[in-house]
Design a protein around this ligand. Structure first.
Ligand code: HEM
Length: 474
């Protein structure tokens, strides 16, 4: 709808001697004071609406149709929103809630109030950092299977790195959440169901801008219904098997069920269990897949960083495949992932709806406004990061850390991503296991375009060829 009104987006990438500024949309230069234009541009690509001046600390507001939209881009004010006044700002935006409600029901990602508080404790405990080592073998095995599969791919074949990484991380999270029970067919069904669901929903709910505080429900078209049904059918079967004692004992679903059996007051019925399992599955694979895909693009265009990564893996792991115990010693790999998350935060916008009117940084905010914290902007704000558009993993090395609330790829405060340690560990480990064996090449002439829907990914994925590394362990 209205696609013909959308402006084309131009992209910019810079290469110099030992310097690489990866691709981003050129600064918006449309006439000011035309919110409708901005809304249309945002539908084309949310990351192409920022003017050069937006990459600075502060708070700004705009009225779009009937709605106040506030962009918060300073660490102190972000802290106010996500920590100090979190109760007023904990609610996800109507666009996010409406976009995901058919799929996730009251799942943690989009719930708030009492439901969120109860479920948060439960889910956070299940994906807690203390449990991550238990999932190390699943990560190692699945990444090694991909390496084996790639070994059989004829040299020169073009693969889509985004599909490859999505398959890898979906398999890891699916084995972690559901155990080994899903089977190839079930796993493919769930993954494809999620992808087609995402492609069918619209991230901008016009109803909200037209005055409906809770937005308008997304039309359940037959294809949307089909994707939802497909996912729910597979997950329900796993949950029912677990409830009947036929489940895999080390899976997250099993942990959820055991918790419910110990605490019946949680009232988690099959639907609630399915919603939380689907939430962890959805939240836990797209993001990591996008991170790894962007990391391959960055490494391919900055061979001097790629060399340091290779040297480190050889130094730390020698001839053996990297394991979860190596992760703390893989400083370059971790810095590459952290810098990737800075430049291409998989969740580039955190959108909230305030319950009550408030005043923030001198701006009066009406109840039910749209509050945007935009990691994409924040992470590229010059006063917070030197040479903000440059790929420079060193900024995360030797104990250097960004100032508090200036680097938030996993959000922050009580709604911080509970899978932070799982996701970071998984990304570092998969990067190391794959980089030990292959150089992942992106064709010189390929022009990458970031596109922002629910997550930030390269449009149409990332074409790559694989080069087996000479001297890599057999
Ligand atoms: C690189 C990987 C990941 C990134 C960048 C990431 C990022 C985020 C962000 C930014 C949020 C907050 C969204 C918002 O407030 O609007 C979030 C929430 C969440 N993430 Fe992650 N995530 C990652 C991996 C994972 C993994 C591996 C899991 C599970 C194993 C997970 C589970 C969740 C859940 C359940 C929530 C909802 C939490 C709540 O609302 O209380 N994430 N994630």
């Amino acid at each position: 709808m209205l696609a013909w009104l959308q402006k084309p987006v131009n992209f910019h990438e810079f290469h110099g001697e030992g310097v690489f500024e990866p691709v981003r949309a050129q600064d918006y230069a449309g006439p000011p004071g035309k919110p409708l234009n901005l809304l249309l541009q945002a539908r084309a690509d949310f990351l192409s609406i920022w003017r050069a001046g937006d990459y600075s600390e502060g708070i700004s507001q705009i009225r779009v149709l009937g709605r106040q939209v506030v962009v918060v881009n300073s660490p102190a004010l972000i802290r106010d929103v996500v920590v100090k006044r979190q109760e007023n700002y904990e609610r996800k935006s109507p666009q996010m809630r409406r976009a995901l409600e058919h799929l996730l029901g009251d799942g943690l990602f989009i719930s708030d109030g009492e439901t969120w508080r109860q479920r948060r404790a439960l889910v956070a405990d299940i994906v807690h950092m203390n449990r991550v080592p238990a999932f190390g073998p699943v990560m190692e095995k699945t990444a090694s299977e991909l390496v084996e599969h790639w070994n059989a791919v004829p040299e020169g074949t073009t693969l889509n790195a985004l599909h490859e990484m999505a398959g890898l991380t979906a398999e890891i999270i699916s084995r972690a959440v559901f155990g080994n029970q899903l089977g190839e067919e079930g796993a493919a069904s769930v993954s494809e169901g999620f992808s087609s669901y995402q492609s069918l929903i619209d991230s901008i709910n016009l109803g909200y801008f037209l005055g409906f505080d809770d937005g308008l429900p997304i039309l359940r078209t037959p294809s949307l219904r089909r994707s939802v049904k497909r996912i729910h059918r597979v997950i329900d079967k796993v949950v029912e098997d677990h409830l009947a004692g036929r489940g895999d004992h080390n899976s997250m679903v099993e942990l959820l069920i055991r918790r419910q059996q110990r605490n019946p007051e949680l009232k988690l019925d099959v639907v609630a269990l399915r919603n939380e399992a689907a939430t962890i599955f959805m939240a836990g694979h797209e993001t990591t897949a996008a991170t790894l895909t962007w990391a391959w693009y960055l490494l391919a265009r900055a061979p001097w960083v790629e060399r340091s990564v290779h040297e480190e893996i050889a130094r730390v792991c020698g001839d053996r495949t990297p394991t979860i115990d190596d992760v703390p010693n893989l400083e370059w790999c971790k810095a590459v992932i952290e810098e990737t998350l800075r430049l291409y935060p998989p969740v580039p916008i955190l959108a909230r709806q305030n319950r009550k009117a408030d005043e923030l940084g001198g701006v009066t905010i009406a109840a039910n406004s749209l509050i945007l914290i935009v990691p994409w902007l924040l992470h590229r704000t010059g006063s917070l990061f030197a040479e903000p558009h440059r790929f420079l993993p060193e900024r995360f090395m030797e104990g250097r850390r960004p100032t508090s609330y200036s680097y938030i790829p996993f959000a922050s405060g009580p709604r911080v991503c509970p899978g932070l340690h799982f996701g970071l560990t998984e990304a570092v480990l998969c990067l190391a296991i794959i980089a030990q064996r292959f150089r992942v090449r992106v064709p010189e002439k390929h022009r990458v375009e970031p596109v922002c829907r629910l997550t930030l990914r390269p449009r149409d994925g990332l074409p790559v060829t694989l080069e087996k590394r000479a001297g890599a362990p057999a």
